[in-house]
Design a protein around this ligand. Structure first.
Ligand SMILES: Cc1ncc(COP(=O)(O)O)c(C=O)c1O
Length: 379
């Protein structure tokens, strides 16, 4: 069977919903759903006897994530959501008075406030770079903000409202020459666009489980170069930062190497195990194939909406990658206001998100031409 057909079958459930808010919360794929159910059942029957297998499932999720990004499993840590992973990174870097961190002015709040608060706490400053048309991220607007005090440039790989893409490789090469750390929130691309972390040159990335990675909500991850991973100071510590739950407290204990650095104790193991199964599905299907299918659907969606009198507020040149489509009604559209368009989509069972004065539709590779036909009927 064509891997993409298999992928669609493994994600879609009967029920009449059209999932076009995959940049918000995507449906949980069947392998992840089955894993949660089977782990809940095992924990019910076996309790503590199931724990070694559950920890093995966590490590499988970690190594799958390493494969997805071409990264090293020992430099991947799990968190509760992306915001915690970003906060750990921002507050764990040893900022000094006068230091500067550069972010986009239209950054997602969870990749904005941690940097603002961490650098200000140290007596430094958050510097914002101006976004361009469709909240695009022109390289020139970032670099014009760089000074001798810039310590970190923190960006999103894919802009969450419009899908504009930051050129991570170019940014990393520029920053490396100047000794500036680069950090990217990759949540809006991971799973629907390939990313080679090692080749990108970026120092650290963060993401989460519940969007394009088709997993339950609540698992965040941090991936960093070994020297950066070791440099970020843990903000939460516990038994497992220093040893195992079986060890007694020891006044001279030192931090363990690897993920334990940021994983101090018990965590949502069922969600992490399920995440590992969703990653199996994504890896088996292939990142390029998924990206191709999602982009094909997104381009079809843009084209069809434009034909029906809607304006596209996302970058949409033929070279543009990604699957986020932000759309706005015009006077000639059937629904001439945002409110009317939102109501029409909602009553047709189509999920979406209101973003940036428009409506964001975000098809994944599991969507189908029939899903788009439902959109045409509604709009
Ligand atoms: C760019 C970006 N970062 C992070 C998040 C989510 O972060 P968290 O997992 O902390 O809820 C979102 C979700 O909307 C997002 O768009």
């Amino acid at each position: 069977m064509d891997p993409i057909v298999k992928f669609k079958t493994a994600v879609r459930a009967p029920g009449g919903f059209v999932h076009l808010n995959n940049a918000g919360v995507a449906p949980v794929c069947k392998p992840a759903k089955d894993a949660i159910q089977s782990w809940a059942d095992r924990m019910h029957r076996e309790g503590a006897f199931a724990i070694p297998d559950l920890f093995a499932a966590q490590e499988r999720a970690r190594s799958n994530l390493a494969r997805l990004f071409n990264a090293r499993a020992e430099n991947i840590a799990f968190f509760q959501g992306a915001a915690n992973a970003i906060s750990q990174t921002a507050f764990g870097l040893d900022f000094k008075p006068g230091d500067e961190v550069i972010v986009w002015d239209q950054e997602y709040p969870s990749n904005f406030y941690p940097w603002r608060d961490a650098v200000r706490k140290a007596g430094g400053e958050l510097v914002t770079a101006r976004s361009g048309p469709f909240l695009s991220t022109p390289f020139a607007n970032l670099v014009e903000k760089v000074t001798g005090r810039t310590r970190v440039i923190a960006v999103s790989w894919v802009q969450y409202q419009t899908g504009a893409i930051t050129d991570l490789e170019r940014l990393a090469a520029f920053a490396k020459e100047r000794g500036i750390l680069t950090f990217a929130d990759v949540i809006q691309g991971a799973g629907v666009m390939p990313l080679d972390f090692s080749a990108s040159g970026i120092d650290a990335i963060v993401g989460g489980s519940h969007k394009w990675l088709l997993s339950p909500m609540g698992v965040g991850y941090l991936i960093a170069k070994p020297e950066v991973f070791a440099r970020i100071k843990p903000q939460s510590v516990g038994a497992m930062t220093y040893g195992t739950p079986d060890d007694l407290s020891a006044i001279g204990a030192t931090i363990l190497p690897g993920p334990a650095r940021f994983e101090p104790g018990s965590r949502p193991m069922l969600d992490i195990a399920a995440f590992g199964h969703a990653l199996d599905l994504l890896l088996d299907t292939g990142q390029e194939r998924i990206a191709q299918e999602a982009e094909w659907l997104a381009k079809k969606l843009m084209h069809g909406l434009r034909e029906r009198g809607y304006e596209i507020q996302s970058p949409h040149g033929s070279h543009h990658r990604g699957a986020i489509v932000n759309v706005k009604p015009t006077a000639v559209a059937k629904h001439a206001t945002l409110d009317a368009l939102g109501k029409a989509l909602h009553s047709a069972g189509i999920s979406f998100a209101a973003r940036s004065g428009g409506i964001r539709l975000s098809p994944h590779a599991f969507n189908t031409v029939e899903d788009l036909e439902n959109v045409w009927t509604a709009v």
